[in-house]
Design a protein around this ligand. Structure first.
Ligand code: HEC
Ligand code: HEC
Length: 319
C-alpha cells in the first residue's frame, strides 16, 4: 500500500497527527495561562491595599486630581521636580506622611510625627504608638527629621482634607507593595539612603533621638516654656506665629479676638476656647479651615503644658 498521488490511505494518519499536535499545543497554552494568572494573584492591587478605611484606588484618584505627577515620578512616569514616590511609604511610613502632606510650613519634626501616632488608624497600620519604635521601623523618617525637621520645604501647600491624606497614604502604601522588579533604581540624588548606610541606621537614630527628649521645663516663665512646647510638638508646621494662614490659622492676635466658626457662629478666643482648640480641635472648627487635620493633643500634652501654650499664645500680637 502506497501514499501515491490520488491515494487517500495516508491522509487520515496525517490529519490525526496534526490534531494530536494541536491538542498538545492547546493544553500547553492553557496550562501556561493558568500558571501566569496564579503568579499575578499574589500581586498587590489598588483594590486590596487599604489604610484605615481608605483604599489605594481612591488614593490613586486623589493623586491624579492634585496632579502629583506634574512634579513627582511614580514607577518611572511623571516629572522630576520632586523625588520619586514609588517606595515612599516603605521609607518613611504613614505617620511621617500624615505629618508632611498637609503642612506647607516645613518638614516634620519628631513632635509632629509623634502627634500623628495618636490616630487609631496610624496605630493599627504601624503596630505601635511609640515614636522610638516607629523611627526604628522607618529609619528614613528618622533621617529626614534629623536633617530637615522644621526647615521649609519646596513642596507646595495643597489644601488636602483628612480623607484625602488617608487616601494618599493608602495609595503610597500600594505603590510600595507593588512588585516593580527593582524599580526605581537606588536613589542617589537624595543622598539620604547613602547617608543611612554610612550610619547603619542606628547612629542616625541616636542622633535624631535627643530631639524627642522633653524640653527642660522653664516653668518659671510659662510663656517661654509654651514657645518651646509648640516647637517640640510640631505645631509650627501648621501655624504661623503672626497672622499668616498656613494649614491652620495664624496665632498672631488670636487671643481675645472674635473667631468665626464653620457652623456660622462666632466665639471669643478666651483661655477656655484656646485650651479646647488644642485638646479637642474638632469641637469647634474655624471657618474656612479643614476639620480633623489638626491632631488632638489630649494625651500628649499635660495640664501644665496646655496652660503654658495658652500663656504663650497671649503674647503673640497681630503683625
Ligand atoms: C508643584 C510641584 C509639586 C506637586 C504638584 C507635588 N509635589 Fe510633592 N514635592 C515637591 C518637591 C519640590 C518636593 C521636595 C521638597 C523639598 O525637597 O523641599 C516634594 C516632596 C514630597 C514628598 C516628600 C519626599 C521625601 O523627600 O521623602 C512627598 C511624600 C510628596 N512630595 C508627595 C506629594 C503628593 C502626594 C502630591 C500630590 C497630592 C505632591 N507631592 C504634589 C513638589 C511637588
Ligand atoms: C497638621 C496641622 C496642624 C498641627 C500640627 C496643629 N494644628 Fe492647630 N489647627 C490646625 C487647623 C487646620 C486648624 C483649624 C481647624 C480647627 O479649628 O480645628 C487649627 C486650629 C487651631 C487653633 C484655633 C485657632 C483659631 O484661630 O481659632 C489653635 C489654638 C491651635 N490650632 C493650636 C495648635 C497647637 C497648640 C498645636 C500644637 C500643640 C497645633 N495647633 C498643631 C492644624 C494644625
Amino acid at each position: 500500500m502506497s501514499c501515491g498521488v490520488g491515494g487517500s490511505s495516508c491522509e487520515t494518519p496525517r490529519r490525526r497527527g496534526a490534531l494530536v499536535m494541536l491538542a498538545v499545543m492547546t493544553a500547553i497554552f492553557i496550562a501556561l495561562s493558568i500558571f501566569s494568572f496564579m503568579k499575578s494573584r499574589g500581586q498587590a492591587t489598588p483594590y486590596t491595599i487599604t489604610y484605615g478605611k481608605y483604599t489605594a484606588n481612591e488614593g490613586k484618584r486623589v493623586f491624579q486630581a492634585y496632579n502629583c505627577m506634574g512634579c513627582h515620578t511614580m514607577v518611572g512616569n511623571g516629572a522630576y521636580l520632586g523625588p520619586d514616590l514609588t517606595g515612599e511609604y516603605k521609607r518613611v511610613g504613614p505617620a511621617w506622611l500624615a505629618a508632611f502632606l498637609p503642612s506647607a510650613g516645613g518638614w516634620p519634626t519628631t513632635g509632629a510625627v509623634r502627634a500623628q501616632l495618636l490616630d487609631p488608624d496610624q496605630r493599627a497600620d504601624t503596630g505601635t504608638d511609640s515614636i522610638d519604635a516607629y523611627l526604628k521601623k522607618f529609619p528614613v523618617a528618622a533621617v529626614q527629621i534629623e536633617r530637615r525637621g522644621g526647615k521649609t520645604t519646596m513642596m507646595p501647600n495643597l489644601p488636602l482634607s483628612k480623607d484625602e491624606i488617608g487616601q494618599l497614604i493608602a495609595y503610597l502604601k500600594y505603590t510600595s507593595a507593588m512588585n516593580t522588579e527593582g524599580w526605581p533604581p537606588k536613589v542617589e540624588v537624595q543622598g539620604l539612603d547613602h547617608r543611612l548606610q554610612l550610619a547603619h541606621g542606628s547612629a542616625a537614630l541616636a542622633a535624631a533621638a535627643p530631639a524627642a527628649a522633653a524640653p527642660e521645663p522653664t516653668k518659671v516663665d510659662p510663656a517661654a516654656y509654651g514657645a518651646q512646647l509648640v516647637k517640640d510638638n510640631g505645631c509650627l508646621a501648621c501655624h504661623a506665629t503672626d497672622d499668616k494662614r498656613l494649614v491652620g490659622p495664624g496665632w498672631g492676635g488670636l487671643y481675645n479676638s472674635k473667631v468665626s466658626l464653620a457652623d456660622g457662629s462666632t466665639v471669643s478666643a478666651d483661655d477656655a476656647y484656646l485650651r479646647e482648640s488644642i485638646l479637642h480641635p474638632n469641637a469647634k472648627i474655624v471657618a474656612g479651615y479643614p476639620a480633623s487635620v489638626m491632631p488632638a493633643y489630649g494625651t500628649l500634652l499635660k495640664e501644665d503644658d496646655v496652660n503654658a501654650i495658652v500663656a504663650y499664645l497671649h503674647t503673640l500680637e497681630k503683625q
